[in-house]
Design a protein. Structure first.
Length: 148
């Protein structure tokens, strides 16, 4: 089960960065977003534990100023992800602390922002044809791994 459906990823890449992504690469994007979301939650869990809680709060996530600015730009696209699908997917990840309701409510927005950021990084590598190659996607993933 993917954190976000294939059609939504294709639409977001096009709307956010003017890029086309093939169905073969959609799975790769989904895996990258899944891993980055999980990474954010792992740090959130460590922050919750440090603060003596067994619930991860939205404020526990290490969301930088740039991430929050990208979140605002994602909101401006007026694209929504199926929140229930994202929450159900999060339940399939290795056990984590419970998520507070505010964090659950923002889960779709966080996943969408990760796609938005990945699309914009990929755009820096994609040539004039506007079609994302696997090399472009791997380069974008390496940068995302260094920054998120």
């Amino acid at each position: 089960m993917a954190v976000v459906g294939a059609h939504k990823i294709e639409a977001l890449f096009k709307k956010a960065a003017g890029l086309q992504i093939s169905k073969e690469k959609v799975k790769e994007v989904s895996d990258i977003v899944d891993q980055k979301f999980h990474d954010l939650l792992l740090i959130g869990e460590a922050n919750a534990k440090y603060n003596g809680r067994d619930v991860i709060w939205y404020s526990d996530l290490p969301l930088t100023k740039a991430f929050r600015e990208s979140m605002q730009k994602f909101r401006e696209l007026e694209e929504e992800l199926a929140l229930q699908d994202v929450i159900e997917h999060l339940k399939t990840l290795p056990p984590l602390y419970t998520l507070e309701i505010e964090l659950e409510n923002k889960a779709g927005e966080i996943a969408g922002t990760l796609i938005y950021i990945l699309a914009h990084i990929a755009k820096e590598f994609t040539k004039n044809d506007k079609v994302v190659s696997m090399d472009d996607l791997k380069s974008a993933e390496r940068i995302l791994n260094l920054t998120v």
